[in-house]
Design a binder for this molecule. Structure first.
Ligand SMILES: Cc1cc2nc3c(=O)[nH]c(=O)nc-3n(C[C@H](O)[C@H](O)[C@H](O)COP(=O)(O)O)c2cc1C
Length: 418
């Protein structure tokens, strides 16, 4: 893309600082909790790359781990395993748990956090309210700067436990855990919640309870593809799909529903960031930061510097002086479904397909997908009958050479905005 290409030359990184509740981060790109943050050694590695923060791999108190995980998966602790399969758009993975219990992580914070320059956020999960409180207190006492509560880890053996597995779908549990931990510690506190896009109401609870941030995490249960040669599943089992753009668009639904809250509360979004454009889109939908994992498996954490440069370049040419200025920029410009419908009569026959003969390869796909007989192949050449076109844009999306577009899309905006 032109913006990205130019950006490789000389770009000053804009001030990308963000406030995440009481935390101040150098930039909105957070290395999320996961495979890359499993131990203190991993955190030290992450520290080299200039992220705004690092979230440690979520951890249980040792006693709770012994009760819940050990009987089910005796080999998982301390040698947590992860197994990955690339879908092309994302990864399917079976993720293990932190090889360190909260007690060991707390000791690491006490001894080593002074050597790390990036903000490190402790991440906790527990099977009881008491467990969450105890873990948060341990991290506070160990000198952690902030804690994120993970409610809703979809590992199969955690699902039967109401306070961890599907906890984020249960508003009573979300409220109980978050309010009790909020009362128990006074360091910056965030909650990472999975959600159902059809009912995002539990996501409103962290804001009501005065938490410092909410992390929205749409994670999709997913099953593996098939190795057709061996007639075997690509991986023996799988838990969820990460890194996929599908997650980004599901998170947009949550951001839309939370738009009144995002002015007052920091929302961190996690899922499907593949490039700087995804980060900017998230911010324009009202997120204050993004938490990324899968992209770093693909491109390495060195990409953080490039993401910062590319974002800065974009912000510079679009005259956004800060992330805060760019935040929510699209929310006031969105056009509702009803508004679009209300323009149908006026725009009929005006929003129609446009065609660039030079790009066309005469493959004929547009003719095949057109429902309106507006595109015809005549003697191997495309002919367009604009008067028959309904402007559905299926042909535009299908055209492999980018020869088709829609003209007069602007008219919808003009009519709605007067
Ligand atoms: C292998 C793996 C392990 C993960 N472990 C955790 C975890 O312990 N705690 C947590 O909050 N999120 C965990 N996640 C979720 C990521 O932090 C992130 O929210 C998710 O992968 C979506 O971001 P992405 O699309 O950039 O990967 C894990 C993800 C992966 C792939």
């Amino acid at each position: 893309m032109l913006l990205g290409e130019k950006c490789q030359k000389e770009v000053n990184v804009t001030d990308l600082k963000v406030r995440m509740g009481r935390l101040e981060l150098e930039n909105p790109i957070i290395i999320s909790s996961g495979h890359l943050t499993r131990t203190g050694k991993d955190i030290k590695k992450c520290d080299r790359y200039g992220g705004g923060a690092i979230v440690m791999k979520s951890s249980f108190l040792e006693k709770e781990y012994e009760k819940v995980v050990r009987p089910y998966a005796p080999g998982l602790f301390p040698d947590a395993r992860a197994k990955f399969y690339s879908t092309g758009d994302g990864y399917l993975c079976i993720c293990g748990l932190s090889p360190l219990p909260v007690e060991a992580w707390a000791k690491w914070f006490k001894d080593s956090i002074k050597d790390i320059k990036t903000t490190v956020i402790a991440s906790i999960m527990a099977v009881s309210v008491e467990g969450y409180i105890k873990a948060a207190r341990m991290f506070q006492e160990a000198g952690a700067e902030a804690v994120e509560i993970l409610l809703g880890c979809p590992l199969p053996y955690l699902l039967p436990h109401p306070y961890v597995g599907g906890a984020s779908f249960n508003p009573e549990i979300v409220r109980e855990v978050l309010s009790e931990v909020r009362k128990a510690v006074d360091l910056p506190l965030g909650a990472k919640l999975g959600f159902n896009p059809l009912d995002t109401s539990p996501l409103e609870i962290p804001g009501q309870l005065g938490l410092d941030w909410l992390t929205i995490a749409s994670a999709f249960p997913a099953a593996p593809g098939i190795n057709l040669d061996k007639i075997e599943p690509e991986i023996p089992s799988s838990v969820f799909l990460t890194g996929s753009k599908v997650a980004k668009h599901a998170n947009f639904v949550a951001l839309l529903n939370l738009q009144n809250q995002s002015k007052d509360m920091h929302i961190s979004a996690t899922g499907g960031v593949q490039n700087w454009e995804d980060i900017v889109e998230y911010i324009m939908y009202g997120a204050g930061s993004v938490q990324i994992q899968t992209l770093f498996y693909r491109k390495g954490m060195g990409i953080i510097e490039k993401l910062k440069k590319d974002m800065s370049y974009y912000m510079d040419i679009k005259e956004f002086g800060s992330i805060e200025e760019m935040k929510g920029a699209i929310l006031t410009r969105l056009i509702s479904f009803d508004e679009v419908i209300s323009t149908y009569k006026e725009t009929r026959g005006k929003i129609v397909v446009s065609f660039d003969q030079e790009k066309c390869t005469d493959c004929g796909l547009c003719e095949e997908v057109c429902n309106w007989e507006a595109i015809r192949m005549v003697d191997g050449v495309i002919e367009i009958a604009k008067d028959r076109c309904e402007g559905c844009a299926v042909c535009v999306c299908s055209c492999p050479s980018g020869a088709l577009g829609l003209e007069n899309m602007e008219s919808i905006r003009k009519i709605v905005r007067g």
